[in-house]
Design a protein around this ligand. Structure first.
Ligand code: C5P
Length: 424
């Protein structure tokens, strides 16, 4: 699998510090980043910072002869799958629109044949100035993706649109542009998340700063199976892949939430903008969930093992030749969802999952009451849902049941996040 390559051009504005976080997110998501720092940008962040975060040399000048011999600036602009300008200052945007190439960044932007994403950050008056409006329109007409800036208080003391969107939102846009191109065959996002992303691309407003319905909320998600050790080499597990929980964490982050994902042992990439805590056992998951509180919304997707081995053997169990088999005594694991429902720090919206093989809705309704959850998302796991790419769920609440058709797990996640946002 090939990692997608991002060429990140960091312009000169106070928001340049957010570019550092963007480098971290892209790398965490499996991408490679090469940074180009403009003269202006170097007044706000150092090449050293970007080099350390990207683990790549940072390019700052057209006139580096060594670089020109080894890797021309044309090549630098073509090696990337996507060129991202973040922050894109009014000056950079103007130069891009006019086709000016008077430094390394603008030369690369003129020379590239790859998609370009510009993430503006500037004072509100500069953003609203007729010249900038014209330049942005020119760029968009030329095929450059220009994100809408966030609205809010600015470093200069004024208020309005012009703030750099949060790095998570930029990351999400990068993910969508890459998955839309899908030319890299990359491992940037798991297939479900790519599907979710394509879905988002069809509804571009959902993840824009103007509509981030979970902004300011803390969402806690558990996902994956747990492993309950028998001895140092063996464990009890289940078939949960973690895909549905990871897709939900990704969708919540795209909707602007701060997301903590407590993950059992799975091999999935961490979704953009999500803080992931890896655990193995149900008891570790319980502790990690407690430590992550308070949360506004908790979505317990993990297939937590009901039982663990009462006494884990300190050494590998061995056959002794007698033909006798060891008897495993089991102990019940804590029910994380039910415990959370009773706790003083119960999240305002508490959602559980119910994987059933028969009488799906009846069991889910019983579980709603028994566990003290607000919603139970019931799914029929009699087919190959566990580990599969799609899911058909029923949202069971005190008010009734809404059944969704079978769809990719990313789309299920989006649908759920939309309903959560509406419920708030
Ligand atoms: O009882 P059952 O395992 O079917 O309940 C499923 C729901 O309860 C899921 O939301 C799951 O994450 C949660 N659960 C839990 N702790 C357990 C068992 C299940 O949080 N020990």
């Amino acid at each position: 699998m090939v990692s997608p390559k991002i060429l990140l051009i960091v312009g000169g504005g106070i928001a340049a510090y957010k570019a550092c976080e963007l480098v971290r997110l892209v790398r965490k998501g499996g991408g490679e980043v090469t940074c180009v720092l403009t003269d202006g940008g170097s007044h706000f962040v150092t090449a050293m910072t970007l080099a350390a975060l990207s683990e790549q040399p940072v390019h700052t000048t057209l006139w580096d002869l060594k670089n020109e011999a080894e890797m021309g600036h044309i090549q630098l602009s073509r090696e990337a799958d996507l060129v991202v300008v973040c922050p894109a200052t009014a000056d950079l945007i103007a130069k891009m629109a006019a086709g000016i190439a008077d430094d390394l960044a603008t030369t690369l932007l003129l020379a590239t044949d790859k998609p370009v994403l510009a993430v503006p950050a500037m004072n509100v008056r500069m953003w609203q100035h007729a010249a900038t409006v014209r330049n942005v329109a020119t760029l968009r007409a030329a095929g450059v993706t220009v994100m809408e800036p966030d609205e809010g208080p600015m470093a200069c003391g004024e208020y309005g649109p012009g703030r750099l969107p949060e790095p998570e939102a930029v990351w999400a846009r990068i993910g969508r542009m890459l998955s839309a191109g899908a030319s890299t065959g990359s491992s940037f996002a798991q297939p479900e998340l790519v599907e979710g992303s394509v879905l988002l691309a069809a509804q571009p407003d959902f993840a824009t700063p103007a509509h981030r319905p979970l902004f300011g909320r803390h969402v806690l998600v558990t996902a994956g199976p747990t492993h309950e050790p028998i001895d140092p080499v063996r464990y009890i597990a289940n078939r949960s892949s973690g895909k549905q929980g990871f897709a939900i964490a990704a969708a919540a982050a795209e909707a602007g939430a701060r997301v903590t994902l407590v993950a059992g042992p799975v091999s999935l990439p961490t979704p953009a903008g999500v803080e992931r805590i890896d655990v193995e056992t149900a008891r570790e998951m319980t502790e990690a969930v407690k430590a992550a509180l308070p949360a506004d919304i908790a979505i317990m997707v993990a297939a937590v093992a009901d039982w663990r081995v009462a006494e884990e053997a300190g050494r590998k169990l061995k056959k002794d030749g007698s033909g006798e088999v060891p008897a495993l005594k089991l102990a019940e694991n804590p029910d994380i969802l039910a415990g959370l429902a009773k706790s003083a720090r119960r999240p305002g919206l508490l959602i559980g999952f119910a994987a059933e093989t028969h009488d799906v809705i009846t069991h889910a309704q019983a579980k709603l009451a028994r566990k003290g959850a607000d919603w139970i998302i019931a799914n029929d796991v009699s087919g190959d849902v566990m580990g599969g790419a799609s899911n058909a769920v029923h949202i069971v609440t005190a008010d009734g049941v809404e059944s969704l058709p079978e769809m990719p797990k990313g789309a299920v996640a989006r649908a759920l996040v939309e309903r959560i946002a509406n419920a708030l």
